[in-house]
Write a protein that binds this ligand. Structure first.
Ligand SMILES: O=C(O)CCC(=O)C(=O)O
Length: 391
């Protein structure tokens, strides 16, 4: 590919574009290169009325003691209604969270040559630095640079993580451990909410009044019993996102609409607004709250909950004034595990809606095409007509 056209002598070359947006911002760019300009319909139009959504803020201290059922019910309601919520008193120490955001900032502050050591096209690499979503495939680039750190198995991956800044490995490993603990706390509450609320219904659906749904295999049911154990050794990917100021933010996005693949994503955002989620057909901004985490349902939880909880499209706006850093921690089952609808949530009234899937098939999918919206999940859906024909 040659240089970007129609922008005069100062247009960045393809090579410069591959270096990422931090690099472009530092070169003093005044106009947005064509490669980032979205078609009119995909641009972040100002909404007719300013919409900002007060997502539920759940105090996780309430999971301890007699308030637990209330907190479990609030989480269940938030998963079902919004697919997103915020948490406070979550157990991740302020030092770990602030340290992670700060070391991320310092990583992106290093010279490009230092960051570029970690560029890789291999989706399975334990560390990947890059720009946009998939810089080898995206037609239009997103205004973001990223550092992706695979966190499992930690002893094996740690030595691949960037050696500078000198404290990055230590800080990121501590943060990975604390966010994993938070993920486990949340999944335990989510399973309690999903299965607890369904127990009565299941008893009534099943002719013998016993266990799982009709078309459920006993092995699958057994396998599910130790799912919390599996989560303890589950997959975890941390993505540090850097969104530098953008010369023409109305023409582009930091990240296009997408859903996340895992069970849950825990997002640490700094005080700069940018995250928007789709709610009732509108894009609404998620206000950053101090010391909070944004939690969202991923595709795997949508599958596991047999569609009761939906992964929600979200995107990132950029601005012309301030840099923004976010750290997303994506959690799921171990890579080799199959993700399928919970046996406890399948019955005559709620037939299985999704095919089995695993992490490997997702990575193969995103290596082969541009991930857009929820298109991976679409490939995992069972066609409802055929279910209705064969009740
Ligand atoms: O930066 C954000 O607010 C969202 C990041 C995100 O969606 C992601 O990393 O998948």
């Amino acid at each position: 590919m040659g240089a970007v056209k129609d922008q005069g002598a100062t247009a960045p070359t393809e090579r410069q574009l591959q270096h990422g947006v931090k690099h472009l911002h530092e070169s003093g760019l005044k106009r947005l290169p064509n490669k980032y300009i979205l078609p009119l319909q995909d641009r972040p139009r100002p909404e007719p009325t300013e919409r900002s959504l007060k997502l539920p803020v759940i105090n996780l201290a309430q999971l301890t003691g007699p308030t637990r059922p209330l907190a479990v019910a609030s989480i269940a309601e938030a998963c079902e209604r919004y697919g997103f919520f915020q948490v406070v008193n979550h157990g991740v120490t302020r030092g770990a969270a602030e340290g992670m955001a700060e070391v991320g900032r310092r990583f992106f502050g290093m010279p490009f040559e230092e960051r570029a050591k970690y560029m890789s096209a291999d989706m399975f690499a334990p560390v990947r630095y890059g720009t946009s979503f998939n810089q080898r495939k995206d037609d239009v680039f997103s205004w973001r640079d990223f550092l992706k750190l695979t966190c499992e198995p930690m002893p094996d991956v740690l030595t691949h993580w960037p050696a500078s800044p000198a404290d990055l490995r230590k800080v990121a490993a501590t943060y990975a451990k604390e966010t994993r603990d938070l993920f486990l706390v949340l999944m335990e509450a989510i399973l309690e909410g999903l299965h607890g609320s369904n127990a009565e219904e299941r008893k009534q659906m099943k002719p013998d009044g016993g266990g799982g749904g009709d078309d459920v295999d006993d092995d699958e049911e057994e396998e599910e019993e130790d799912i919390m154990e599996k989560f303890k050794n589950g997959s975890q990917l941390m993505v540090v996102n850097c969104f530098p100021p953008c010369p023409e933010p109305d023409l582009t996005l930091g990240m296009p609409p997408h859903s996340d693949y895992g069970f849950l994503t825990l997002l640490l955002q700094d005080e700069v607004q940018g995250l928007q989620i789709q709610f009732q057909e509108n894009w609404v901004t998620v206000e950053p709250i101090k010391d909070g985490f944004v939690v969202n349902v991923g595709d795997h939880l949508e599958i596991f909950s047999n569609g009761r909880y939906k992964s929600v499209l979200h995107r990132v706006l950029v601005n012309s004034e301030r840099s923004r850093i976010s750290v997303a921690s994506l959690h799921s089952l171990p890579y080799e595990c199959v993700v399928r609808p919970s046996t406890k949530l399948i019955n005559r009234a709620h037939p299985r809606c999704y095919k089995d899937t695993n992490f490997k098939s997702f990575l193969e999918y995103i290596s082969s095409c541009e991930p857009k919206k929820k298109n991976f999940l679409e490939t995992r859906k069972l066609i409802m007509e055929s279910i209705e024909e064969n009740p």
